[in-house]
Design a protein around this ligand. Structure first.
Ligand SMILES: Cc1cc2nc3c(=O)[nH]c(=O)nc-3n(C[C@H](O)[C@H](O)[C@H](O)COP(=O)(O)OP(=O)(O)OC[C@H]3O[C@@H](n4cnc5c(N)ncnc54)[C@H](O)[C@@H]3O)c2cc1C
Length: 409
């Protein structure tokens, strides 16, 4: 572990929430250190969640959701270097090499390079009328394209694909979603929650085809995308959005000889196998309760980034998390919190209106909750999970018994 006295220069690679919070936390923990955030993008770090929702709908700009707040990262005493793409890490010399040839020395380094889109060969990156969504630049191009299109084909019924489908439907674009699994959101939630989300899309005119693989695709002479499904069905659309997931952006770390395995391997202190290098966010695989795990969600990136930054600046804080995510589609606010158990007991709690809540129990404790329009219940569930409070399944299923009251027992 670096000694706080000897840490003069801290570099952070990556301007997402993990990198931004790592840089801010490092400066807060060790104000005398020079902290620099290296971002390959051209702008102040911004949040990605609005890109598939409010940004596509034209309600906000990415610059309205700056991660470091309205004063930007400089307001926290951190130097931001934009257009600073790191091409190599020289571990022996403790320096980072940028694309323009500059070499920047470090005493401690945090890698927070996030994830990159999972490309599909039939509709690759760069093909005309094909969109992948990861950055504000991607969102800007897609937003314009949606306004010029009559119909859209989305490949992938996961969170980002469905958020884009919901935004497109709200913009009046006729939308079809192809999902290879037997149901949408199969990696994210239980069958009932996914059925509620599916029904909402149907109500808004989105045609979701589950159990449907994409076989091949081509650009027609009229400029439309034509696809053939595994069931030999032909579909055409003005544009396609690919939402087939993301993979860890761990190539820089692997090339530097750090241990990676579908993500940079870190311990509970966010340390890589090199004691001067830490990592956090989408790019890492860290010790979870059921073994090494990689998470792709905003809150994890932010919380783990802060721990990695403090530790790079000389602290020794362990990172523990109760993971959570949210998604917004139409009037549905979908949330999950906790570690889904392998075979826990499931309790459904009836809610008013279009709300839904599924609670999972293991060894007498709440371990996982999934809700739709149930923000207050999810907040209480999070605290029940964090504190490991013993719960009674009958009380959990009874909407007359507020979850918040169980916290006091
Ligand atoms: C469209 C979209 C919507 C989302 N919606 C939600 C949501 O509703 N809820 C939720 O919980 N999560 C959501 N997520 C996921 C969430 O945004 C991510 O989990 C989070 O951004 C991960 O943060 P990170 O800092 O680890 O990585 P990233 O945010 O991916 O940031 C990594 C940064 O590193 C930079 N970088 C990479 N390599 C280099 C290099 N060599 N040199 C310099 N810079 C480099 C990249 O340009 C990028 O800016 C969404 C993601 C996307 C793309």
């Amino acid at each position: 572990m670096p000694d706080v006295e000897t840490i003069r220069k801290i570099l952070v690679i990556g301007g997402g929430p993990a990198g931004t919070f790592a840089a801010i936390a490092a400066k807060q923990h060790n104000p005398s250190a020079a902290v620099t955030l290296l971002s390959e993008e051209q702008c102040e770090p911004y949040d990605k969640p609005p890109l598939s929702k409010a940004v596509l709908l034209g309600k906000v700009l990415p610059s309205d959701a700056l991660i470091a707040g309205p004063c930007g990262i400089a307001g926290h005493g951190v130097v931001l270097a934009t257009r600073a793409q790191c091409t190599a890490i020289d571990r022996a010399a403790r320096s980072v090499i940028l694309r323009d040839g500059r070499r920047l020395p470090y005493d401690a380094l945090v890698i927070a390079t996030g994830s990159v889109v999972r490309e599909i060969p039939q509709l690759p990156l760069g093909m005309p009328r094909v969109h992948y969504l990861r950055t504000e630049a991607d969102a800007h191009v897609l937003k314009t394209a949606l306004r010029e299109s009559r119909d859209l084909l989305v490949v992938g019924g996961g969170l980002i694909g469905l958020e884009v489908a919901a935004s497109a439907a709200e913009l009046g674009v006729s939308t079809t979603v192809l999902e290879i699994a037997p149901r949408i959101l199969a990696r994210v939630c239980d069958e009932d929650t996914s059925a509620i989300v599916h029904a909402a899309h149907r109500q808004h005119g989105v045609d979701i085809r589950v159990g449907t693989a994409l076989a091949d695709a081509a650009l027609q002479t009229d400029g439309r995308i034509a696809v053939r499904t595994g069931g030999r069905e032909h579909l055409t659309a003005d544009l396609a959005v690919i939402g087939t997931g993301a993979r860890p952006n761990d190539g820089l770390a692997a090339a530097a000889g750090l241990v990676t395995n579908d993500g940079i391997i870190v311990d509970e202190y966010c340390r890589t196998c090199d004691p001067a290098i830490f990592a956090a966010g989408d790019v890492v695989r860290f010790p979870g309760p059921h073994g090494p795990v990689r998470l792709e969600n905003w809150r994890h990136a932010l919380d783990q980034g802060a721990v990695a930054g403090r530790n790079a600046a000389g602290a020794t804080d362990p990172y523990m998390t109760v993971p959570s995510f949210w998604s917004e589609q139409y009037d549905l606010y979908i949330q999950g919190v906790g570690w889904a158990p392998a075979g826990g007991a499931r309790v459904r709690r009836p809610l008013r209106g279009n709300g839904a809540l599924v609670l999972e129990i293991s060894d007498g404790r709440l371990v996982h909750a999934m809700g739709i329009n149930a923000q207050r219940d999810l907040a209480a569930a999070r605290r029940l999970i964090e504190r490991g409070v013993a719960v009674d399944p009958a009380a959990l299923a009874d909407p007359a018994q507020p979850l918040a009251v169980m916290l006091k027992r």
